[in-house]
Design a protein around this ligand. Structure first.
Ligand code: UD1
Ligand code: CA
Length: 482
């Protein structure tokens, strides 16, 4: 397909996006883990253009910063004042050195659902037909606000695009609209842009006027109709942002399900474009999978999980959990109600149970931390058991310290491991211990106050109380009864 490889793709993103009512520039709003302009760039790069250039204007420092982050090869052109889409493209061509030989594709930065496939179809139709310009159009249920495609009789050649604000009543009845996506012959485009005037209702240089100019000069003007009109929807406000997110999310989940993933409730499952799955993964309702999250074969996640940049191993089970940058080993169990923070690595068949928080912790194969614990800055070996309500005391108020626990250890409930501290293989610790010193392998560490019983204290200090009466009754009853 090298014949249709465009010389440039120009992405228009200088507008303000007032209707978003946001401090964030419109094209930087996110759907499914990617900015609006990021989606457009991803589709555009499927054309493999020689130049990918974004026209920036409003809040350009933020937009340029973002572009540098997501794709360092993207070029930018500044349009200081937003004098219209034609003016914007003119700024891009100037940045590219004026005369661009070959195909120039123009897309808007606010159409995140546009697919690379549709762009490829447009570019190949454009070169196959030898057009000066090919516009991507669509039939929409409600054409309000869009530029209308005027044809020479029904189904005839495109003669012009008329903006909604400039259209007559009969033109407004047209349902075929301009998507804002075009393929142009670069030379003819540059030439025609020099002839665009501003005598329209908005006083702007309209890119759409280029069509009429080229046609009048006797060049071929063509149109490609998008298969799915929803693809070309531009985002102008947060309602449309939510609708687009829903559509993209459905696309991603459909793809996953067709590849063998069970999604129990697509309506309450949200995924980013970067999430990957293996066959027979299962996703329960209320689950959000973000970033580089990966579910391996047979991994089962949810309900109610939010996993970001987290890898879940084959056959692992993660229930009601929040995880960020964590690794869950094959057949491991996590939750319900666990919080895995960055640097958590859970080994094969290990368990991180209910109300357990972990951070920067390596938990070995078969090790269990079943209940109510905080495990921060720790290495735990294989097949150890950490008692309920244990805290890895990693912070002295100034610095973080590490705790190392060996393999086959049994630590008691309600332990404090005051780091830095090391517990050797096969060691035990008593319940309620505050472990401040290393424990040698195979030892039992007891680090708690001795218990003292003061007999008859209640009868002396709380005479006549319900407690005293209960104690008196108990002392009269033979043991084992009651
Ligand atoms: C434009 C088209 C219209 C089409 C619609 C599709 C024109 C004159 N009209 O209208 O036919 O149906 O898109 O969504 O082209 N932009 C700039 N600089 C500017 C003006 C706009 O970069 O000076 C960018 C915007 O950021 C946006 C895109 O161009 O990404 C489209 O601009 P917008 O103002 O939304 O055009 P519409 O009125 O929607
Ligand atoms: Ca628009």
């Amino acid at each position: 397909m090298s014949s249709s490889r465009p010389a440039a793709v120009v992405v228009l993103a200088a507008g303000e996006g007032t209707r978003m009512k946001s401090a964030t520039p419109k094209v930087l709003h996110d759907i499914c883990g990617r900015s609006l302009v990021g989606h457009v760039l991803a589709a555009a790069s499927e054309l493999d253009p020689e130049n990918l250039i974004v026209v920036v204007g409003h809040a350009r420092e933020k937009v340029v910063g973002h572009l540098a982050e997501i794709d360092p090869d993207v070029r930018t052109a500044v349009q200081a004042e937003q004098n219209g889409t034609g003016h914007a493209v003119r700024m891009a061509l100037e940045e590219l050195g004026g005369d661009v030989d070959g195909t120039v594709v123009v897309v808007c930065g606010d159409t995140p659902l546009l697919s690379g496939e549709t762009l490829l179809t447009l570019a190949s139709a454009h070169s196959a037909d030898g057009n000066a310009v090919t516009v991507l159009t669509a039939e929409v249920p409600d054409a309000t606000g869009y530029g209308r495609i005027v044809r020479d009789g029904a189904g005839g050649a495109v003669t012009a695009i008329v903006e909604h604000k400039d259209a007559s009543d009969s033109q407004r009845a047209i349902r075929e609209i301009n998507s804002g996506v075009f393929a142009f012959d670069g030379r003819l485009l540059a030439d025609a842009l020099g002839k665009v005037r501003t005598d329209n209702s908005q006083g702007e240089e309209y890119l759409t006027d280029v069509l009429g100019i080229l046609r009048e000069a006797g060049h071929r003007v063509g149109a490609a109709v998008a298969a799915d009109h929803r693809e070309i929807a531009g985002i102008n406000n947060r309602v449309q942002l939510a609708e687009a997110r829903r559509i993209l999310n459905d696309r991603l989940l459909t793809e996953a399900m067709l590849a063998g993933v069970s999604v129990l409730d697509p309506a309450t499952t949200w995924v980013d474009v970067t999430v990957t799955f293996e066959q027979d993964a299962i996703v329960h309702p209320g689950t959000q999978l973000q970033g580089a999250t990966h579910l391996a074969e047979g991994a089962e996640v949810g309900p109610n999980c939010r996993l970001k940049d987290t890898r879940v191993g084959a056959g692992a089970r993660v229930d009601n959990t929040v995880a960020d940058t964590a690794e869950v080993g094959p057949q491991a169990k996590v939750g319900p109600f666990a919080y895995l923070r960055p640097g958590t690595r859970i080994g094969l068949k290990a368990k991180v149970g209910t109300y357990v928080e972990t951070k920067n912790a390596t938990i070995g194969e078969g090790t269990k931390i079943p209940h109510l614990s905080y495990v921060g800055d720790a290495t735990i070996g294989e097949y150890s058991n950490i008692g309920a309500a244990s805290v890895f005391v990693n912070y002295d108020g100034q610095d973080k310290h590490h705790t190392t626990i060996g393999s086959h250890c049994r630590t008691g409930s309600d332990n404090m491991f005051v780091a830095p501290v090391t517990i050797g293989d096969g060691a035990y610790t008593a319940a309620g211990s505050v472990i401040t010193k290393d424990v040698p392998p195979g030892s039992l560490a007891v680090a708690r106050g001795q218990q003292r019983n003061i007999e008859g204290w209640v009868a002396r200090k709380r005479p006549g109380s319900a407690a005293a009466k209960a104690a008196e009754t108990a002392s009269r009853e033979p043991e084992g009864e009651g």
